[in-house]
Design a protein around this ligand. Structure first.
Ligand SMILES: Cc1cc2nc3c(=O)[nH]c(=O)nc-3n(C[C@H](O)[C@H](O)[C@H](O)COP(=O)(O)OP(=O)(O)OC[C@H]3O[C@@H](n4cnc5c(N)ncnc54)[C@H](O)[C@@H]3O)c2cc1C
Length: 417
């Protein structure tokens, strides 16, 4: 049987792998792209609620990289080669205009993640140099004389002089990111930080929180408290779910909260009226009660809070019952209500699992990679990109920008090597 020879093998057909394969093919390399799903870009097609938050339009490299506090020093070199401007240019040149929404989040104007996948699939195929092998799972590396020479897969062994690994992390395993790539990297000697869900919603055992399922508070302040000290404070939108709390602000806090949970109990405190201090909140309630003195408390409170939220709050221990006539509420009861609205507490028991996480932290330690070319410091013909790297970042398009940047650089350098 004739043995097919490739210059480069790319493992994993997600955003990073497609970018790398397309780029290497464009530069004339013969590339084999191996993907275990029956199509490329399965996870990409569900990103950003299927609208794909394709990048974050912070055009200044320094300000952009401020969002990667732990890995900033590694990323200057890659971002001097391919940055947010390059991403805009790449997609717009290929007929996919981008629009920028709040918090600099950029999306395709068509609002379809599938259109982003289509641009990349086309990029992969247009040079005619990339062979795509679907339904093929990478199993392990072939090593000869201390060099990687190929890969064993469910469809046989393939050889190439350079290998780019883009098999992702562990977030959303149903899309194919199940971690074999990371195991194979650990097997050949890379330090792989055990992945665990990083950017994910938070869980609580408080049943009353679960009963608020579907309720969104547009503007509140959320504090995470440990040993009666506020450790983290954020203001913005909060979403209650059937297991706890979610929304960008919560998801971006999960990494820190996880660290706190390792040290002990974490309590969340929600301030539903962050613009009021305790005194002005009390005055607000006094005015409200004055206007509604002959009504029941639950009716009066609807003026201030969404119905479901006020119903749930009025069932909490110590808080006056919703049927209480407003005129009979004592000063002490009013103070309790003020404190509850300003400091609604519940325990945090953990983050949701991999299936809920947007990014699972973990992956290869950045110090084991030369970021100028994305090559492994252990094997000079191995390139690591995208979610295989242990780089924490917030939500808002930063993850995909990392894929575009690292994918483009690995494709370029592997082709030129
Ligand atoms: C629900 C959700 C929404 C998100 N939304 C956004 C967003 O809007 N903006 C943003 O910036 N980020 C978002 N992210 C994060 C972003 O999707 C990831 O950071 C990104 O997909 C990582 O790309 P990757 O190419 O490194 O890995 P992946 O996208 O995970 O792709 C890896 C590919 O490798 C394949 N593979 C894995 N193992 C093997 C194997 N053994 N053999 C062969 N193939 C294999 C997988 O099937 C997969 O196709 C979101 C994530 C999730 C889960």
């Amino acid at each position: 049987m004739k043995k097919e020879i490739f210059d480069i093998i790319v493992l994993g057909g997600g955003p990073a792998g497609m970018m790398a394969a397309g780029r290497a093919g464009e530069l004339g390399s013969r590339v084999l792209l191996i993907e275990k799903n029956d199509r490329l870009g399965k996870k990409l097609s569900i990103t950003g609620g299927r609208r794909c938050n394709i990048t974050n339009a912070e055009r200044n490299n320094h300000l952009f990289l401020d969002n990667f506090p732990e890995s900033k020093q590694f990323l200057f070199s890659p971002f001097s080669q391919f940055n947010v401007d390059s991403t805009f240019e790449f997609f717009e040149r290929r007929g996919l205009p981008l629009v920028v929404e709040d918090r600099n989040r950029a999306f395709p104007k068509s609002e379809k993640a599938e259109d982003v996948c289509e641009v990349l699939r086309k990029y992969v195929s247009e040079s005619g140099n990339v062979k795509v092998k679907l339904n093929t799972a990478f199993i392990s590396f072939v090593i000869k004389d201390g060099l990687l020479t190929g890969v064993k897969t469910s469809s046989g062994t393939f050889y190439a002089s350079r290998i780019i690994i883009a098999t992702g992390g562990l977030a959303a395993p149903e899309t194919g990111s199940t971690g074999e790539g990371l195991s194979a990297l650990a097997f050949i000697g890379h330090s792989v930080k055990e992945p665990d869900p990083d950017m994910a919603p938070l869980r609580t055992s408080s049943k009353w929180v679960h009963s608020l399922l579907g309720t969104t508070v547009e503007d509140m302040e959320l504090r995470f408290i440990q040993n009666e000290k506020t450790k983290l404070k954020k203001r913005g939108r909060l979403l209650f779910t059937h297991f706890g709390i979610s929304g960008p602000l919560v998801i971006n806090s999960a990494h820190e909260v996880k660290k706190l949970l390792k040290k002990g109990t974490v309590i969340a405190s929600v301030d539903l009226f962050p613009d009021y201090d305790l005194g002005s909140m009390d005055s607000l309630l006094l005015d409200l009660f004055e206007q509604h003195k002959n009504k029941q408390l639950k009716t009066a409170l609807k003026e201030l809070l969404q119905k479901k939220l006020s119903e749930v709050i009025l069932e909490l221990p110590k808080v006056p019952n919703g049927d209480t006539p407003v005129h009979s509420i004592t000063k002490e009861q009013r103070k309790i209500l003020v404190r509850t609205l300003k400091d609604l507490r519940f325990p945090i028991n953990g983050t949701m699992g991999f299936e809920w996480s947007i990014v699972a932290d973990g992956g290869v330690a950045p110090k084991e990679v030369d970021f100028k070319s994305m090559t492994s410091r252990l094997f000079s013909n191995l390139y690591l990109i995208g979610d295989t790297l242990n780089i924490s970042r917030p939500s808002g398009g930063f993850s995909l920008q990392l894929c575009w940047t690292t994918g483009w650089i690995a494709g370029t350098h592997a082709a030129q090597n």
